[in-house]
Each structure stands twice: as structure tokens, then as C-alpha cells.
Design a binder for this molecule. Sequence first.
Ligand code: ADP
Length: 477
Amino acid sequence: MKRAIRMGMGLWGFLAVLSAAAGGISLFVSNPLITSAVWLAACPAVLGLGGVLRQLLKGLEDLERYLKNPDCVPVSKGTWSPSFWESLQKWSARQQTQAEETRQENSRLRLQLQLLERQRTWEQAVLDSIRDAVLVVNEDNQILFANPAARELLNPDAVPEHFSSLGTIETAAALREKIHRCRSGRIRHVRHELTLNVRGQQRIFEAVLSCLPESSPNSGGVVAVLHDISREREISQMKNEFVSHVSHELKTPLASINAYAEMLVDGEAQDADTIRQFCSIIQSQALRLNRLIEDILNISRIESGLVKVNRSNHSIALIVRDAVEMIRSYAQEKNIAIHAPAPILYDQACVDRDMISQAVINLLSNAVKYTPAGGSVTVGLEVDEAEGRLRVTVTDTGVGIPPEELGRVFEKFYRVQANNHMAKGTGLGLNLVKQIIETVHGGRVFVSSVVGQGSTFGFELPLALTGCAAASVGGSS
Ligand code: ADP
């Protein structure tokens, strides 16, 4: 380029100056002959100026072509000096290396970002799937993190994705106080039992609070993990109640047996009639004890899944008919009429015959027990082929059950106070029916009753539409 300019300045520049001079002279000289001669002499200078411009344009085009594609050095590079090309090539190579490094850095960062995003999604999924409530608050009690269980617990409307004042959440009042104590005492981990009101229900939680380490960005923050232990508490209370019920129920007949046996040993029964009476009391109490133990064992075997279930297809009408026959004499004693269902064409169910028979007998004997003399008991059997279910009902004209107690009669040891005078019992018969029908056979028990008019107890079972698993241990497989 310098060369071109120098050439232009040397040869053609001289001519350009000439042409300028010619122009100037023509302004001052009025002789047309002289003016024409001067312009004629200036013509090559104009042409020279054109040549300089063409050289310049070509050089710029070469430069543009090179910059667009540095691999192809233009053929006409003679326009520029070799040192210029060399510097340009070095500069271009540097630019290429830098561009390559930036590209590599870019893809490394993109990869890192993807890994971080995947890690974040994974951690989020882990925290979201924890059934316990996980809550993180900073030193100002603002919620930094609440997993879905925690949001559900605290009140889903009041806890947005991030940052909300814990003070505004009513259910967390008790928790707030514990968090405050944990934070001010800088306690690493502390365990509390909390009773929180969750949508109107009192629930018991085991809360583990941990202070975030001083070195963490949110020192002063606290992590709270709340585990709902209401069910465990309920079960342990039920177990305690069960044990105290069992011991109480066992004690009564045992005490009676003991007392009459002692009287016999002490010779207090002198005549044969009294001895027979004492012995018969001992026998009936022993039988009651036996029944009680049998019921308890049956229920606990079913509940623990250890009972052996012998399934095969049976006609439920036949099982009902046999049960009615077994109870008929007891009903006759009380002058109670029993109406059994007419045989049904297809009423097969895949059941353990002895267990279903036991369930039907329990319902029938209750119906007779809680119906005053002169009443009646009607057994019904319906088959709903469309639904694939059959339904057994036992309806009596007995004393009935108050509506507020209906929901409890299937509980273990529950006896309706108002009906206790009608018959002795253990309060386990209906629970055993429920375990047999629902836990073992996947059916459903139900009851309806009107005090003074009578009750209907019953159950539904699935019809045997396909094959039947011969034997199994435990629940409704
Ligand atoms: P129980 O050995 O006391 O009869 P169940 O578990 O069989 O125990 O029954 C629980 C309670 O339900 C009974 O104590 C009784 O008060 C009530 N009950 C059951 N069946 C009837 C019925 N057919 N009519 C009225 N009350 C009934």
C-alpha cells in the first residue's frame, strides 16, 4: 500500500499537481489556445489519479477477501508489502486461537451448567419425594425451602415457592418457638414432639431441628424435619388398650373358675346338686375362656398375616344353609323364627369355607342373641353378576343399635352398653367377621340399624369368575 501511494505520489502525483496547475492557469489566462494546451498537458495527470484510486480499491478488496477467509491469501497480494501480510497472518492466527479457546471454554461451561442443572433436579426430586416435611428457615424466620410435604403441612396457600414470613403461618406457631430456641442455643440437633393443628385435625409430629453451620452462607438458619407419628401413637395406644382388655376379659372367667373350684375344695358344696351346679359354672366359664382365647388368636393370626387360608370355589348359599342349621336349635330355644334364602343358581366364591362359615355363624348368633323372644331373623343372598359380587345379609327384629355407636361395633372388644343385658359376649365376634371378610377375602362388611326395630348386618364378596388359588397364608391374595 505504501508503495502504491509512493508511486502515485511520485509519477501520477506529479501529473495531478500539473492538472491542478492547469486548472488554475486556465482561470487566469483568457487565451483559449493556451488554455487548451494546458488542459491537454493535464490529461495524463487525471488518468494517473484514476490509476491510484483503482490500485487502492483492489488492495482493499484483497484485504476484505483475506479477512473473510484467512486460509486463502489473495493471488494479487502484491498490492501490499510482504511484512504487512506476515503481520496480518500472525494477527489472524492469534484471533483464531483465541476464538477456539473461547469456543472450548463455552462448551465446558455449558456442560458444567447441564451437570449442575441435573444435580439440582435430582436433589429437588429427592427432597420432594420425602414424605416427611422438610423446612429451612433463615435467621429472620423467612422460609428458604419447603418441600411439598412441608407446604402441605403449613398451609399450601401461605407458603409460596420461596421467602415467606414464618410468623404469618398459624399452624407453625409451636414450631417457630422451637426453632427460636434451637437457634439461640446454637444446638446442633434437637428432637421435639409437637402437636400441630393440620386443617382442623390434631396431629403428632416428631420434629428434628438442626442449626446450619456457622460457616454456611445462611448461618443462623435452621433445618426442621417433621415426621408424622400420629398413626404409630394410635397403634401403640390400641395395643395398650388391647392388652388391658384381654387381661381384663381373661381375668373375669378365671376369677369365677378359681372361686368355684376353691369352694369345691373347701367342701362348701355338700349335696350333689350344688356340686353339679358349681361344676357347670366352672365348665361354662372355661368354655367362655376358651372362646375368648380362640377369638383373640384367630384375630391376631389374621392381623399378623400368619393364618393359613384354604381357598376353593364354594357355593355361599350352601355355607349359609349349613350355618342356619347349626344355629336353628338356639333360635328355637328363644322362640325366634329363622328364614333362610332360596338356593341360587350361581353363587360361587373363592373362599376359605371354615372362615366364611365362622363369619356367618357370628352374625346369625348375634342376631338371635340381641332379638327378644318371638322375633325373627331373615337371611338374604343376592348375586350381582354385572358387578361380580355377592351379598349376604342377616336381618333381625331385635333391639337395634344407637346410630352414634354403629360405626364402632366392628372394633375389638366394643360392646354396646345398652345391649349388654341381652347376652354375655366378648366384643370380638364382629371384629373377627370384619377380619375374615375384609382382610382375608377382600370383601366388605356393613351394618344398618334402628333402635327398637332391628338391625341388618352383612358382607359382600367377589364372585368366583376365574380360577381360585388353592391355599395361601395371610391376607386377600
Ligand atoms: P359380643 O360378643 O359382645 O356379641 P360382637 O363383636 O359380636 O361381640 O358384637 C359387638 C356388639 O355389637 C355387641 O356387644 C352388641 O352390643 C352389638 N351387636 C352385635 N350384633 C347385634 C345385633 N344383631 N343387634 C344388636 N346389637 C348387636
